[in-house]
Write a protein that binds this ligand. Structure first.
Ligand SMILES: Nc1ncnc2c1ncn2[C@@H]1O[C@H](COP(=O)(O)OP(=O)(O)OC[C@H]2O[C@@H]([n+]3cccc(C(=O)O)c3)[C@H](O)[C@@H]2O)[C@@H](O)[C@H]1O
Ligand SMILES: Nc1ncnc2c1ncn2[C@@H]1O[C@H](COP(=O)(O)OP(=O)(O)OP(=O)(O)O)[C@@H](O)[C@H]1O
Ligand SMILES: [Mg+2]
Length: 253
C-alpha cells in the first residue's frame, strides 16, 4: 500500500473544498452525519475549510439506536448546526407503495431518501452536498447508486478506507467513532466487512495492486500470500459495479 503524507492530504482536501464552494458561489455545504467515520471525517475537513458556520449536518435515522448520539457528538464537537430528521415515516411510505420489498432494496430507499433531503437543503440554502464515499466503496460498488453515491463533491473519494482511518486520527475525530465497525446501517446488525466478505485491510491491499498498480492477479495473490480466488472475487466486485461509476449511457451515433 502507498504511504501518504497526511498533512499534505489534509491541506489538499481542505483547499479543494474551499475552492469548489467558492467556484459555485455557494454559501456552504450540507453533509449527512451518520455517527460513522466517513461522514465524521468529511465534516471535520469541511469545518477546517469553511469554518463551522458554513457546514450543516443532517442526522437522518431510520432505526432507533446509539448512532444518533454518535452523530450528535460529531456535530457538537465541531460546533456545527445540525438538524435531526427521522426518515422512518418517509421510507415506510415508499415501502407501502412497493410490493414485496426485500431488505436490501429497502436499505437503498433509505440511502436515496437521505440523498433527496440533502439536496432539498442544498437547493434551498444555496449550498453544495458533500458526499462521504471513499475509494474502497467506489471501486467495489459498495454504495447505493444515486443514493449515498450521489453528491456534488466527495472529498474522500480518492482515499482507501484504511487511509480514512489514518486521516481521522490526525483530524481529531473522536476515538469512539474511529473504533466503530463500519456499517451502512441499512438493516440491524449489518457490517461492511461481513457483507463484503473481506476485511478492509485486505480489500485495500488487493485493490491497490489490481487497480492502481495494474498488477496481474496471480502476482497480487502471490505478493499477499492469499488464494487466487480471493483476488478474483475482488476483481469481480470491481467489474460488476462498473455501471455505478459513470452517468447513464445510451447508444452512440
Ligand atoms: N450492468 C448494469 N448496467 C447498468 N445498471 C445496472 C447494471 N446492473 C445493475 N444495474 C442497476 O443498479 C441497481 C443496483 O444498484 P443499487 O441500487 O446501488 O443496489 P445494490 O448494489 O444491489 O445494493 C447497494 C449495496 O451497497 C451497500 N451500501 C448501500 C448504501 C450505503 C452503504 C454504505 O457503505 O454506507 C453501502 C448495500 O448494503 C448494498 O450491498 C439495479 O437495480 C439496476 O437498476
Ligand atoms: N443515519 C444517518 N444520518 C445521516 N446520514 C447518514 C445516515 N446513515 C448514512 N448516512 C450518510 O450515508 C453515508 C454513507 O454511509 P457509510 O456507512 O458508508 O459512512 P459512515 O457511516 O460515515 O462511515 P462507516 O462506513 O464507517 O459506517 C454516511 O457517511 C452519511 O453521509
Ligand atoms: Mg455507516
Amino acid at each position: 500500500m502507498r504511504s501518504l503524507d497526511y498533512d499534505v492530504v489534509i491541506e489538499r482536501i481542505v483547499s479543494f473544498i474551499r475552492e469548489k464552494v467558492k467556484e459555485a458561489s455557494a454559501t456552504g455545504v450540507v453533509i449527512g452525519i451518520s455517527g460513522g467515520i466517513d461522514s465524521a471525517t468529511t465534516a471535520y475537513l469541511a469545518v477546517n475549510a469553511l469554518g463551522k458556520e458554513k457546514v450543516l449536518g443532517l442526522i437522518m435515522p431510520y432505526y432507533e439506536n446509539g448512532d444518533v448520539e454518535d452523530a450528535k457528538l460529531v456535530c457538537k464537537n465541531l460546533g456545527i448546526e445540525y438538524k435531526l430528521i427521522n426518515i422512518k415515516p418517509i421510507v415506510d411510505e415508499f415501502e407501502n407503495a412497493v410490493s414485496e420489498l426485500d431488505v436490501k432494496s429497502k436499505g437503498n430507499i433509505m440511502a436515496r431518501t437521505r440523498m433527496i433531503l440533502l439536496y432539498a437543503h442544498a437547493n434551498s440554502m444555496n449550498r453544495l452536498v458533500l458526499g462521504t464515499s471513499n475509494r474502497s466503496e467506489l471501486l467495489t460498488g459498495y454504495f447505493t447508486k444515486w443514493g449515498d453515491g450521489a453528491s456534488d463533491y466527495a472529498p474522500l473519494i480518492n482515499l482507501y478506507k484504511t487511509e480514512v482511518w489514518e486521516l481521522a486520527k490526525r483530524l481529531g475525530v473522536p476515538e469512539k467513532i474511529i473504533q466503530k465497525k463500519p456499517t451502512a446501517g441499512l438493516w440491524e446488525g449489518q457490517t461492511d466487512e461481513d457483507e463484503l466478505g473481506i476485511s478492509y485491510k485486505l480489500l485495500d491491499e488487493i485493490l491497490w495492486r489490481l487497480v492502481d498498480l495494474k498488477m496481474p492477479k496471480e502476482d497480487t495473490a502471490g505478493e499477499l500470500g492469499i488464494p487466487l480466488e480471493k483476488v478474483e472475487y475482488v476483481e469481480s466486485l470491481v467489474k460488476r459495479s462498473e455501471h455505478k461509476r459513470r452517468l447513464s449511457l445510451g447508444p452512440e451515433f
